[in-house]
Design a protein around this ligand. Sequence first.
Ligand SMILES: *Cc1c(COP(=O)(O)O)cnc(C)c1O
Length: 230
Amino acid sequence: MGIEERYLRVAAEVAKTAQAAGRSPQEVCLVAVSKTVGEDGVAAAFAAGARDFGENRPDQLVPKAAAFPEARWHFIGNIQSRRIHDIVGSASLIHSLYQARHAEKIDKAAAELGKVQDVLIEVNVSGEASKSGVAPDEALDLVRFCEALPQVRVRGLMTMAPQGSPEEARRAFEGLARLAADIRSQLPDDQAAAFTELSMGMSEDWPCAIECGATIVRIGRAIFSDSFQE
Ligand SMILES: *Cc1c(COP(=O)(O)O)cnc(C)c1O
């Protein structure tokens, strides 16, 4: 199977899973994580209908976003201060914000570029030392900090679940969904209205994430790797 076929199959499964969970397929955005392929791989997925792509390195994000301006580009990687201007210049949504000092720099870069930057707050729900993100009980403070920045708009939360244990992954997804609902209930109406996104679920665990309320799934290997086994 090639990339086009795999993309079509995953997109159909995502829609089916959303429906089976009692949700509308339009509620779940499939982000094709193209970090392991070049522009030819992106072109194959684009031809199959993919319009949302995820990258975790600015060096990949910038040229691919320039080559495919009709697509929406999601930055899902570690943020480094010196690359923030590049990221803001190319990303429609930054999933991986968890430091106030980066939020301030995103605000400044977005002002220079004449845009409002949509962001998600990355939360380390499972508390694993190897994972980045704010602790759950610090997320609301960071959301409030960002709401004071005019060029930054917080759209929701993102997490990476522990790998290898479906039970732990489900706990992390349920935890993120609960935390988002809790934060939303404490925001003023206009901010709550924009705070709608839950980015969670990757190749190995996305069906469970959709059942738990994901509005964005980030899928790489199941689309772009011919050796991925479900
Ligand atoms: C690589 C990556 C993904 C995609 O992972 P797969 O297991 O290949 O689907 C999703 N989210 C983030 C943050 C990633 O770095």
